[in-house]
Ligand binder design. Structure first.
Ligand code: NZQ
Ligand code: ZN
Length: 400
C-alpha cells in the first residue's frame, strides 16, 4: 500500500427528507444564495419547490442560474461568475447531478480570481487560492461530484472537455436523499451506475496490487452497485436499492478507494474526447471505452483481472488458467453493459471509424500503472476495438 494523506471535508446529510437539515446547514453562511440547476427536472420533481420553501423560511435572498446542460459548458460558468459578483453571493447551492455541481464548482473558483477560470484552471492547471463556499443537493447518483473536489467543463467550440481538482472545491455539505432519484429515467440510472463502476475500476486496476483494503472495499462496493442496480430493474422505487446505489456512487469517487493506490484514469481521458466531440452522456462513452481499455492492458496484471472475474463478475474458473479467467471477466463486463441497455460500440452513439484519428489526437496520454508507454497509437488501437462488440464463451457472469 502506498503512503497517503486523506481528508474529505464534505458533510453528508443522507436519507429520506434529508432536506430538512438545509436551513440549519446554511446558517453559518451569509444571506445571498445562488441556486444553480439544470434544464428543469427539479421543477417537475418538486425538489425546486421544497428547496425554495426552506430558503425563504430561512430568510435567504435567492438568485438563480438555471439551464446548466449535461456536459456543462464554460459559457454557463462565466454567466454564474457574473451573477455571483453582481449579487455579492455568499454561497452557491447546486441542485442536480454532476453537471450542475461541476459547473457550480468553477463558478465558485472563478468568482474569486482575476484570472480567466477556463485558462487558469482547466487549460493551465494553475493553483486555486480561493473559492466561494458551495453546497449541493444531489439528484443523480453517479459522478461523486457531491463529495469530491473535482469537476469537468467543456468548450464545445474547440472540442475540449477538461478536468480539474482542488481541495477548495469540495462542497461544504451535500444533501443525499435517495428518493430524489426516483424520477430518473432508466438510461440516466444506467449511465450513472456505469460511471461509478468505471471510477472504481480506474483505481482498482492500478498498482500496487498487493493485499490492500482499498481493493477489498472496491470489490464490496462494486458488488453492491451491481446488486442494487438489478434490484431497481424489477422495482424502480426500491428505497434500499436507491439508497445503496447513491451512497456507493459517492464512495466510489470521494477519495476512499484510491488510498494507497496509483489510479489510472486513461479510460476517462479517452471518454472525454468522445463527449467533447459528440456531446454524449459520460456513462455511455465509458460503457464503450472502459472494457476495451481493460482488454488492452489486462496482460500486465493477469492475477488481478482473474480476481476481478471471480469475485465481482461471478465467472466460473475451475479448470481454467488465470489468463483465460481474466479475459472472461472483461467479456462478462462487456456483456453486462450490453444487457442493461448501454451502448457498447462507437456506432451505437453515432461515431464512425473515420473519427478515430481525430479523437485519438485530442486525448491526453501519459504512462499508466499497467501501460508504462501508453501512446496515441494505443488510443487508436483501443478505439478501433470499440467498433465492434465481440463475444466470447465463458461460464457464469452477471447476465442470466
Ligand atoms: O438538467 P436536468 O433537467 O436537471 O436533467 C438532468 C440531465 O438531463 C437529468 N436529471 C438529473 N437528476 C434528475 C434528472 N432527471 C430526472 N430526475 C432526476 N432526479 O439527468 C441528465 C444528466 O444529468 P447530469 O448532471 O449531466 O449527469 P451526471 O450526474 O452523470 O453528470 C455528468 C457530468 O459529470 C462529469 C461528466 O463528465 C459530465 O460532464 N463528471 C464529473 C466528475 C466529478 N466531478 O468528479 C467525475 C466524473 O467522471 C464525470 O466526468
Ligand atoms: Zn466518470
Amino acid at each position: 500500500m502506498n503512503s497517503f494523506i486523506f481528508q474529505n471535508p464534505t458533510k453528508i446529510y443522507f436519507g429520506e427528507n434529508a432536506i430538512r437539515y438545509l436551513g440549519d446547514a446554511l446558517k453559518p453562511y451569509g444571506k445571498n444564495i445562488l441556486l444553480t440547476y439544470g434544464m428543469g427536472s427539479i421543477k417537475k420533481s418538486g425538489i425546486y419547490d421544497a428547496t425554495m420553501d426552506i430558503l425563504k423560511k430561512s430568510g435567504k435572498c435567492v438568485y438563480e442560474l438555471s439551464g446548466i446542460m449535461p456536459n456543462p459548458r464554460k459559457e454557463k460558468v462565466y454567466e454564474g461568475i457574473h451573477l455571483c459578483r453582481k449579487h455579492k453571493i455568499d454561497i452557491i447551492l447546486a441542485v442536480g447531478g454532476g453537471s450542475v455541481i461541476d459547473c457550480s464548482k468553477f463558478i465558485a473558483a472563478g468568482t474569486k480570481t482575476d484570472r480567466d477560470f477556463w485558462h487558469a484552471f482547466l487549460v493551465n492547471q494553475e493553483e486555486c487560492y480561493d473559492a466561494l463556499p458551495l453546497a449541493s443537493i444531489l439528484t443523480l447518483a453517479g459522478t461523486g461530484s457531491e463529495m469530491n473536489c473535482g469537476g469537468v467543463i467543456s468548450d464545445f467550440e474547440n472540442k475540449l472537455k477538461l478536468a480539474y481538482s482542488n481541495p477548495l472545491l469540495y462542497p461544504k455539505f451535500s444533501i443525499l436523499d435517495p428518493t430524489y432519484t426516483y424520477t430518473l429515467s432508466h438510461d440516466q440510472t444506467t449511465y450513472g451506475t456505469i460511471d461509478a463502476i468505471s471510477h472504481i475500476l480506474e483505481v482498482y486496476f492500478s498498482k500496487p496490487d498487493d493485499s490492500n483494503l482499498s481493493d477489498d472495499l472496491a470489490e464490496a462496493i462494486l458488488k453492491n452497485i451491481i446488486s442494487s442496480y438489478f434490484q431497481l430493474l424489477s422495482s424502480s422505487h426500491d428505497y434500499t436499492a436507491k439508497a445503496n446505489l447513491m451512497w456507493c456512487t459517492s464512495l466510489a469517487l470521494n477519495g476512499l478507494l484510491s488510498l494507497g493506490k496509483e489510479g489510472d484514469w486513461m479510460s476517462h481521458q479517452i471518454e472525454h474526447a468522445l463527449s467533447a466531440f459528440y456531446d454524449i452522456p459520460h456513462g455511455a462513452g465509458l460503457a464503450i471505452v472502459h472494457p476495451n481499455y481493460l482488454e488492452f492492458v489486462y496482460k500486465s496484471a493477469i492475477p488481478k483481472f482473474a480476481r476481478f472475474a471471480r469475485v465481482v463478475m461471478g465467472v466460473k474458473y475451475k479448470g481454467k488458467t488465470d489468463a483465460e479467467v481474466a479475459l472472461d471477466g472483461i467479456y462478462a463486463l462487456k456483456d453486462f453493459f450490453r444487457a442493461i441497455g448501454a451502448p457498447t460500440k462507437l456506432q451505437d452513439v453515432n461515431i464512425s471509424e473515420s473519427a478515430i484519428e481525430m479523437l485519438a489526437n485530442t486525448v491526453i496520454v501519459y504512462p499508466t500503472s499497467y501501460a508504462k508507454k501508453f501512446s496515441k497509437d494505443d488510443v487508436k488501437t483501443i478505439l478501433h476495438a470499440c467498433l465492434e462488440h465481440k463475444s466470447r464463451k465463458y461460464e457464469g457472469g452477471l447476465v442470466p
